[in-house]
Ligand binder design. Structure first.
Ligand SMILES: [Zn+2]
Length: 215
């Protein structure tokens, strides 16, 4: 099977090149070209919020076409992303993919993106959504939320933000959710079972290897 993420050598890689283009030039250019519908940010905030995760963060100029593939250091070839989103952005010669990716992977709510990524990581790790058992409890949603938030504050003290990262990463958020959920379930005498077989994440690999797709 082909390792799709293998280093390409001696092929081109994407290097960060310092450019003098200012954020306001990039925003002004794209404001005229791209409709903000389906994007994470309004153009009025695009100079201070990441165009993908919509968090207020120190923004970086991200090449649309990598400079090593002929992309220029001009406003038409940049979008503004936080460091974490920059590292996940496509490095491809076809510039349209950047906009497909931005629209497909963003959330149209401020400050929710990384929480949502943590929830997705939970689903991959445990094969179900967090608190999927809670509906059957017939509890007041507000009371459950309050219990959840109390436990969350304690559980956050058992996790850290990795050095150099500004925020907790999705897998750590998933672990925090798992711990909170276990305690919440115990408080309500609910037995929860987690599939820890890594089924969801391994499904694609198994398919590529031609193995039977069994949970
Ligand atoms: Zn971001």
């Amino acid at each position: 099977m082909v390792d799709l993420a293998a280093p390409r050598s001696p092929g081109p890689r994407h290097w960060y090149v310092v450019s003098r283009v200012e954020f306001k030039d990039i925003v002004a250019y794209w404001q005229k070209k791209e409709d903000e519908s389906g994007l994470a940010v309004d153009w009025s905030e695009a100079h201070e919020r990441c165009w993908r995760c919509a968090y207020k963060a120190r923004l970086e100029k991200c090449h649309i076409i990598p400079d090593s593939l002929g992309g220029t250091a001009t406003p038409d070839n940049f979008v503004l992303l936080c460091g974490r989103c920059h590292r996940e952005a496509p490095n491809h010669a076809n510039p349209r993919y950047m906009w497909v990716w931005l629209r497909a992977t963003c959330l149209p709510f401020n400050d929710m993106y990384w929480t949502n990524r943590g929830q997705e990581e939970f689903e991959t790790m445990f094969g179900r959504t967090p608190l999927d058992w809670a509906d059957a409890l017939d509890l007041d949603a507000g009371a459950l939320q309050a219990e959840f938030n109390t436990l969350l504050r304690t559980e956050f003290s058992r996790a850290v933000i990795h050095f150099g990262e500004g925020r907790m990463n999705p897998s750590t958020i998933a672990c925090v959710l798992a711990e909170v959920e276990l305690q919440l379930a115990a408080q309500h005498d609910v037995a929860i079972t987690n599939s820890e077989a890594g089924y969801a994440g391994a499904r694609f690999i198994r398919k590529m290897l031609g193995q039977t797709d069994t949970p």
